[in-house]
Ligand binder design. Sequence first.
Ligand code: GRF
Length: 214
Amino acid sequence: MAVLKVGVLISGRGSNLQALIDAARTPGYPATIACVISNVPDAQGLARAEKTNILTQVIDHRAFKDRQSFEQALDKKLDEYGIELVCMAGFMRLLTPWFVARWRDRLINIHPSLLPAFPGLDTHKKAITAGVTSSGCTVHFVRPEMDHGPIILQAEVPVLIGDNEQALAARVLEAEHRIYPEAVRLIADGLVNIHEEQVFVANVDALAKSKVTQ
Ligand code: GRF
């Protein structure tokens, strides 16, 4: 069976990248991590990819005159590697509408809050300050507006009394590592549809039944 070729964009630690690498190495997983591209030359995630012989590439945004020329280089590499789905995993560059349109419905992101709550940076601090009793994470298709787009999966975790940012971040991160590979699996299995900017995940049982009755 053909597996979906995934490119992962990172800027740092790469723990979500690691979750994707680990999932892709399990038998029967329908996607492969075909390349990892970082805009930061010494991003820790690059070493994680190299350890498993995944192609890595540094495209340092500082070497380009503007956002669009940086993104053109990125786009070219992704095409060169035959990438079918792009996963942003701690990629700290805003993408222009040009790039987002170019990869529309083939570009996903993970954000450490239950969107639409707390987009942007400092999400855990914002959640604690707001006094919410639960937070979580979201995997979504990318649209030009930051941390916005059709939601594929979310996971909720409690905010506990006495939580600081680090404690909440660690709890949320565990959930991120669960749902990101799961979202990629659903897409790779062709179960994710977008209708009027909402995601519908096909019911596997219903699909099997409809195949039988066709
Ligand atoms: C994660 O919390 C992710 O949701 C956010 O940036 C962080 C990246 O962490 N977009 P890592 O590099 O995957 O460890």
